[in-house]
Design a protein around this ligand. Structure first.
Ligand code: ZN
Length: 114
């Protein structure tokens, strides 16, 4: 239960700290990345509280996580070189999707080590 609450509150704290001017939209995008847990539907049983998601479910493995890092980082790098790039809604949204997925993976990983 605490884990689920963290999936809502950590993104909220992040958007209030770093995306305050667009916090509502940014929070919605971050929270929507919980859809990544749809890959649990491929597992049997679908939910197992003792199972570590990281490295088990397909969208919680290394290659997808590398894609999430690129989604997060590439818009930042490209916007640094061309500032007008950061104003494009698609670029901002892809960056937020990457961020949301990375926050999700970190929270799931913390659940594995505790
Ligand atoms: Zn997950």
């Amino acid at each position: 239960m605490v884990h689920l609450v963290l999936h809502f509150t950590v993104p909220l704290l992040v958007v209030l700290a770093f995306y305050r001017s667009t916090w509502w939209y940014s929070w919605l995008v971050l929270v929507s990345t919980m859809l990544v847990d749809m890959d649990h539907l491929l597992a049997e049983p679908i939910y197992d509280p003792s199972r570590c998601s990281i490295g088990f479910h397909p969208l919680h493995t290394a290659i997808p996580i590398a894609v999430y890092v690129l989604l997060f980082a590439l818009p930042l790098i490209m916007s640094h070189q061309r500032p007008e790039f950061s104003k494009k809604p698609l670029v901002r949204t892809l960056h937020l999707i990457g961020l949301g997925l990375l926050i999700h993976m970190v929270l799931d990983w913390i659940d594995c080590v505790l």
